[in-house]
Design a protein around this ligand. Structure first.
Ligand SMILES: C[S@@+](CC[C@H](N)C(=O)[O-])C[C@H]1O[C@@H](n2cnc3c(N)ncnc32)[C@H](O)[C@@H]1O
Length: 205
């Protein structure tokens, strides 16, 4: 199989990839801390790429727990599935917004490497809705943001979207040993917006 990296994929599909290089192990550690992975039964990863966060999740997951990793790029999905020999891991080639179709049951944690700031707004909203709807009430969600992009309109839209959909949202310290430096949004207490939207009453205050 030809070499596949985030850098080569960025050159081929810049908007889908959204990063010039894979995240660092330090960012992977920050992404997978404080989300109860040791007790989790079902974890979903969105946009695993070459698997930096995948490996960090698997290191902490119980022997009988499951990780479903959803990757839109077929080459990256194929490479990840072929390069990890772990029966807890299922790699799905698909879109993150479809996570309810591939991860049956309440999800204990969602770890996202998605390139939110280059995603169209409608996709970003649909995917955030799908994450909040899939999580168990005690579920946790982590996603990272590049420091330099946090104050752009898409970066602010992501932060507002998290506050709209989760009762508690906080941020990790900046992870400087990452290219570029990044921090982690940590969200919990998903709100049941779907019920409110269907009832036409908007999100709860
Ligand atoms: C910024 S890279 C991060 C890769 C890896 N998690 C890391 O941190 O090194 C974004 C990844 O998300 C994938 N991706 C982009 N849009 C997606 C979508 N809608 N659903 C699933 N994966 C997606 C890209 O193909 C890419 O692998």
């Amino acid at each position: 199989m030809a070499a596949v990296s985030i850098t080569t994929e960025f050159l081929k599909r810049p908007l889908m990839t959204g990063a010039v290089t894979a995240s660092s192990r330090r960012l992977a550690r920050a992404m997978t801390q404080h989300i109860g992975l040791g007790e989790a039964r079902l974890v979903v990863e969105l946009g695993p790429g070459t698997g930096v966060f995948t490996d960090a999740v698997l290191r902490q997951l119980a022997p009988d727990a499951r990780l479903v990793a959803i990757e839109l790029n077929p080459d990256l999905a194929e490479r990840l599935a072929a390069s990890r020999d772990d029966k807890r891991l299922t790699v799905v080639h698909g879109a993150a917004a479809e996570l309810a179709d591939v991860a049956a049951g309440p999800v204990d944690a969602v770890v996202s490497g998605l390139p939110w700031t280059v995603m169209p707004t409608a996709d970003r909203n649909r995917t955030l809705d799908a994450v909040a709807a899939a999580l168990a009430p005690s579920g946790r969600f982590t996603t990272f943001a590049y420091l330099h992009a946090a104050w752009t309109p898409p970066g602010r839209h992501l932060a507002a979207g998290l506050r709209e959909r989760f009762g508690t949202v906080d941020r990790s310290p900046v992870v400087w040993p990452n290219l570029p430096p990044a921090f982690v949004h940590r969200a919990r207490a998903p709100k049941n917006l779907r019920l409110h939207r269907h009832a036409g009453s908007g999100p709860p205050a």
